[in-house]
Design a protein around this ligand. Sequence first.
Ligand code: SN0
Length: 318
Amino acid sequence: MRNFTNFNDLGSVEKALEWAREVKQNPFADKQLGQDKTLLMIFFNSSLRTRLSTQKAAMNLGMNVIVLDINQGAWKLESERGVIMDGDKPEHILEAIPVMGSYCDVIGVRAFASLTNKKEDYNETILQQFIDYSGKPVFSMEAATRHPLQSYADLVTIDEYKTKERPKVVLTWAPHPRALPQAVANSFAEWMNATDFEFVITHPKGYELSPEFVGSATVEYSQEKAFEGADFIYAKNWSVFNDNEYGSVTNIDRSWMVDSQKMSLTNRAKFMHCLPVRRNMIVSDSVIEGEDSIVIQQAANRVVSAQAVLREILKSNL
Ligand code: SN0
């Protein structure tokens, strides 16, 4: 594996779970692998879990880690070619990327969707520039269309908590005051479609995800119907994907919040969310604090997914 940006780079659910088990059973087994190797993490957006869990994973593998928050102290980067740089962006990404590449062995990139230019977002313009110009293996720490380290941790978490071979997993849209990317939902759908779980997506009309990610999932517009018999409820907000209203918030219908009454329709489902989560918008206090909430365990598995991915990148590239 050279780069890790989506499920296909890994290619197999069985392999993903096997690697995760290995890493979890013996986190320090590969401490020599990363010796004298440097991970550079580049953040164009905020982070808590990704930053800490990826650094921890790299340290478990014996790597050195450098973190750069582009918005805190770095030069503002121009990313278009051909522009006269007489504005507020002193450095071009086409110089910045190879320079960054020269200081490290592996690069992690967080670059959320702009939500203003759908074509650039869905072409993964920023992430692709890192792949093309850094000269180093690159992995996504949430890019415009996907959050694969999160989805990998989600898969591991569901595997650990499932009580039947083919659980019913429901991805539900929930209301949010701001416009958020579709990345977490897209990516979760991509990984769930790779399993043989029963997978249902529920959202208000107008919030359809890209067909490329919906894949073979069942789309159910009645949230209550979708919840019936569910074993896992995965809540997430996303903004509109369709061309005309791309990136906008057309609905903050609070009746879509996940509460105890809705959870009572399920097969005592586990509650999941990638975090950060806005309480009493997305989910009620009682559900997120309840016995069936596994959001903390889910976040803890972020170390496992990051370590499995980094280990594989180190093994196959260095
Ligand atoms: C990001 C998203 O893609 O939805 C990251 C999730 C891991 N979430 C946010 O930006 C939440 C910000 C907010 O205002 O609640």
